[in-house]
Design a protein around this ligand. Structure first.
Ligand code: GAR
Length: 205
């Protein structure tokens, strides 16, 4: 079967990208191949991780490109150049327009560091999510991988996993536990599930 060509979009440290790269090298992403890592920032450490793994990289910065239209045109060009079939958002902190997401129905997945529908939507990203969970006082949080549509964090849920909050947690300790116990496990699994679906659809055509 032809492998699904995957682009991973990043903005920062890229530990979720690393989990995908490691899963691929262990043979746990048999239906897909990561062909591009696209970053919204030239400074993202995730780019180093991609280069170390021999994966092509691109930088598309909304700020540098001046408008959402120019930003998405640059992304489109990279996706076409690499023949991408599926996009994984792994800590990608730029917004994609409804026009963009509509062109990739059931082809974009995202990892969110909470149990959707809690602590999600506009303004909930990165450490802010864990700050909000601790401020609310929840005893259980977790991570969600979902399809991306025009509603922020509103697409169909693919996988979820709960993680305990423990006394004395800071946003940083909680973030780390959610990554270790949920995100780094769920994201490669969900990527394989969706990549397999896309590869099978291709076979049927
Ligand atoms: C991860 O915790 C991811 O779930 C979160 O940003 C972090 C990126 O870390 N994403 C969001 O908050 C999206 N709403 P990483 O760069 O080390 O993978």
């Amino acid at each position: 079967m032809v492998k699904t060509r995957i682009a991973v979009f990043v903005s920062g440290g890229g530990t979720n990208l690393q989990a995908l790269i490691d899963a691929q090298s262990r043979g746990e992403l048999p239906s897909g191949q990561i062909v591009l890592v696209l970053s919204s920032s030239a400074k993202a450490y995730a780019l180093e991780r991609a280069k170390k793994a021999g994966i092509d990289t691109a930088v598309c910065s909304r700020k540098a490109l001046g408008s959402q239209a120019a930003f998405e045109a640059a992304i489109d060009a990279e996706l076409r150049r690499h023949g991408v079939d599926m996009i994984v958002l792994a800590g990608f902190m730029s917004i994609l327009s409804a026009d963009f997401t509509r062109r990739w129905p059931d082809r974009i997945i995202n990892v969110h560091p909470a149990l959707i529908p809690s602590f999600c939507g506009k303004g909930f990203y990165g450490l802010r999510v864990h700050e909000a969970a601790l401020a609310y006082g929840v005893k259980v949080t977790g991570a969600t991988v979902h399809f991306v549509n025009e509603i922020p964090d509103g697409g169909r849920i693919i996988l979820q996993k709960a993680v305990e909050v423990v006394p004395g947690d800071t946003p940083e300790t909680l973030q780390r536990r959610v990554m270790e116990q949920a995100e780094w496990i769920l994201l490669p699994r969900a990527a394989e599930l969706v990549a397999r679906q896309i590869a099978e659809e291709g076979e049927r055509k």
